[in-house]
Design a protein around this ligand. Structure first.
Ligand code: SAM
Length: 321
């Protein structure tokens, strides 16, 4: 498929290049913000799974750049944005980059150290594994990324702060909703207009972090496991934890039958705006001319995972010549 045909088929891909975003995902975060005002009063933020960096660009343009240009700005007062990914990322103004695996405790420690004593107002995570096409498997790996993100959240997010993460909708969505409701006052699943209907992706918007009283970060996984456990099942771990793990909406722990959980689900972004599932004519085609010039991507990945595969393929084809 040529660049121009992709520009025609995917309006957000084209707009991203026109507006200088590294990826079309930027629009997803912007549309979530239109609905939830996630940047209001935010000074410190963590961007998990950030490469190639379009969400970090949004954070930089919305938070860092305006603060820096403000006549009252002082260096120590500028927003702190920390971005993490397995892949390296080209620099972005005002964004501190950490290369690492968010499921690894050491990466989490590095992030936490950047916040040295202070807490973040917002944590975002657009993490996605390399999709296999096996839906259950993809959903499982995705859920592990969310759990890793939640671990970081419990260490760095201030009470009252917000957390946004990509999810793959599937049979465990209700369970995830109930698990997140333990920690947040409001949990909503959102589908931005720029996210294709054909994609199982959605975003969970968790507002107002409020962990259970006496919550100890070490007990996170144990606490999450208890959600969905039948009411009355004893805790056989010998732990002395005494959390109320039934949230208001998930009272009995069972998520099916009479106790089925209904999850708030919201479409967001200007609903009369561009539809990511439609093809749009290219600007020059509307006028009848064929002079349309497709733009190059704003920032190609610096070390994409497929680079080695391409090199191996090239080496194999030269050796057979
Ligand atoms: N939000 C990014 C943007 O706007 O440019 C796009 C993120 S992309 C959809 C998903 C990213 O998740 C990839 O860059 C991938 O390297 C990262 N990722 C997947 N698993 C990860 C892990 N365990 N730790 C850190 N990053 C991970």
């Amino acid at each position: 498929m040529g660049k121009a045909s992709k520009d025609k088929r995917d309006i957000y891909y084209r707009k991203a290049k026109e507006e200088g975003w590294r990826a079309r995902s930027a629009f997803k975060l912007l549309q979530i913000d239109e609905e939830f005002n996630i940047f209001d009063g935010v000074k410190r933020v963590v961007d998990l799974c950030a490469a190639p960096g379009s969400w970090s660009q949004v954070l930089s343009r919305k938070l860092y750049v305006p603060a820096k240009l403000s006549p009252e700005s002082r260096d120590g007062d500028l927003p702190l944005i920390v971005a993490i990914d397995l892949q390296p990322m080209a620099p972005i103004e005002g964004v501190i980059q950490v290369q690492g695996d968010i499921t690894n405790a050491r990466t989490a420690e590095v992030v936490i150290r950047h916040f040295d004593g202070c807490k973040a107002d917002l944590v975002v995570c657009d993490g996605a594994p390399d999709v296999t096409g096996l839906h259950d498997m993809d959903e499982f790996v995705q859920s592990q990324l969310i759990l890793a993100a939640l671990t970081i959240v419990t260490h760095v997010l201030r009470v009252g702060g917000n957390f946004i993460a990509k999810i793959f909708r599937g049979k465990d969505t209700s369970l995830l909703y109930c698990q997140l409701k333990i920690f947040f006052e409001q949990v909503t699943f959102a589908k931005p207009k720029s996210s294709r209907n054909s994609s199982i992706e959605a975003f969970v918007v968790c507002e107002k972090y409020s962990p259970p009283e006496g919550f100890d970060e070490k007990d996170l996984y144990h606490l999450l496991e208890k959600v969905g456990t039948p009411s009355g099942t004893s805790d056989d771990s010998g732990s002395e934890m005494n959390y109320c793990y039934y949230t208001k909406d998930c009272r009995s722990g069972w998520l099916e039958g009479a106790n089925k959980v209904y999850i708030p689900f919201l479409a967001c972004g200007d609903l009369s705006g561009y539809d990511s599932d439609r093809s749009y004519p290219l600007p020059s085609m509307q006028g009848g001319s064929h002079s349309y010039q497709s733009l190059d991507p704003v920032q190609p990945p610096i070390a994409p995972p497929y680079k080695k595969a391409l090199e191996m393929k090239k080496a194999a084809s030269t050796s057979t010549q």
